[in-house]
Design a protein around this ligand. Structure first.
Ligand code: ADE
Ligand code: ZN
Length: 324
């Protein structure tokens, strides 16, 4: 089955570029930029990847990415991910970046966007991997900060295709961000939203009705609300599920307790993604392998999940045809 998974053409739709920082690269960049990580070695850093919930992960994720500073650093971070993804037969990636994490430490928007974009371009020409970028607002910060970020990104609008909402979910419902998402939609951006990871099903409904999200990131807690499940199935709203992330962040105690198979059986448009792969123990193929093993998925189930990933992407029909 591992061979079969490796050969399947896949799209990855839920991946935070900041969350792809492998400890080896973190130490390399810390040395280069004369900065200190809160660990003395790669091994010590990896050993700290043991989380009790989303916030315990986010604290480490924000601290680690502080060593990524220059345009070249953003380029290297991104190209390193693309090489790994291409090696796993990922044909297309829709990648989040969190500009507020960097602008808060005085890194200009242009440095971030140009570094990432240059790598995406080289990923296409050198590795044959297609990609799109999604600007994600941090929901633990204010709605005003999100609006300011959208304004700062305006000169770079050709570099990204959509906006999202991530970071600490509980206590930060989508309803707080209506204005900035209205503005983004008016400017022609696609809209996605993390909802129903740790937060309740109501946050998913808010993301759909108030932010007009076209895709829900995670969304696993929808299973607590049968009416919502019916709606998500009827409207075929894609859910970008991240199985290893959910287990590592203790949304589910074990992979066997994950609701992914029930979600598939309920007719939901489920996709499989890696979120922040080094932190959660695997890239997209490891996520596929973990669910295959937990639920004894058939080759047809895996094909369906891979097909869903292209279906749920923001690729045009013509672009899809050239990739699958
Ligand atoms: N930022 C990076 N990974 C995240 C996740 N799983 N949930 C919310 N925000 C995130
Ligand atoms: Zn995420």
């Amino acid at each position: 089955m591992d061979e079969f998974i490796a050969r399947l053409p896949k799209a990855e739709l839920h991946l935070h570029i900041e969350g792809t920082l492998e400890p080896e690269l973190a130490f390399q960049l810390a040395d280069k930029n004369r900065m200190k990580l809160p660990f003395t070695s790669v091994e010590e850093m990896r050993a700290a990847f043991n989380f009790s919930d989303l916030q315990s992960f986010l604290d480490l994720y924000y601290a680690s990415v502080s060593v990524v500073c220059s345009e070249e650093d953003f380029y290297e971070l991104t190209l390193t991910y693309l090489k790994k993804a291409a090696s796993q037969n990922v044909k297309h990636a829709e990648i989040f970046f969190d500009p507020q994490t960097h602008t808060a430490r005085d890194i200009p928007m242009g440095t971030i966007v140009h570094g990432i974009s240059a790598a995406l371009k080289d990923g296409q020409s050198q590795l044959g991997i297609s990609s799109k970028l999604i600007l994600s607002f941090l929901r633990h910060l204010s709605a005003e900060s999100a609006m300011e970020t959208l304004e700062q990104a305006a000169p770079f609008r050709d570099h990204f295709i959509g906006v999202g909402l991530d970071s600490s979910e509980l206590g930060h419902p989508p309803s707080q961000f209506v204005k900035v998402f209205d503005a983004a939609r008016q400017q022609g951006y696609h809209v996605v939203c993390h909802a129903g990871e740790e937060g309740p099903p109501e946050y998913i409904t808010e993301a759909l009705d108030l932010l007009h999200a076209e895709r829900i990131d995670h969304g696993v807690r929808c299973m607590e609300d049968p009416e919502l499940v019916k709606r998500l199935a009827a409207e075929q709203i894609p859910l970008t599920v991240c199985p290893l992330s959910n287990v590592r962040l203790r949304v589910f105690k074990t992979m066997k307790e994950h609701t992914l198979k029930q979600m598939m059986d309920a007719g939901l448009l489920v996709t499989v993604n890696s979120d922040d792969p080094p932190y959660f123990g695997g890239y997209v193929n490891e996520n596929f392998a973990a669910i295959q093993d937990a639920f004894d998925l058939s080759q047809n189930d895996l094909i369906k999940l891979a097909r869903n990933s292209f279906e749920a992407s923001f690729l045009t029909d013509k672009e899809k045809q050239t990739l699958i």
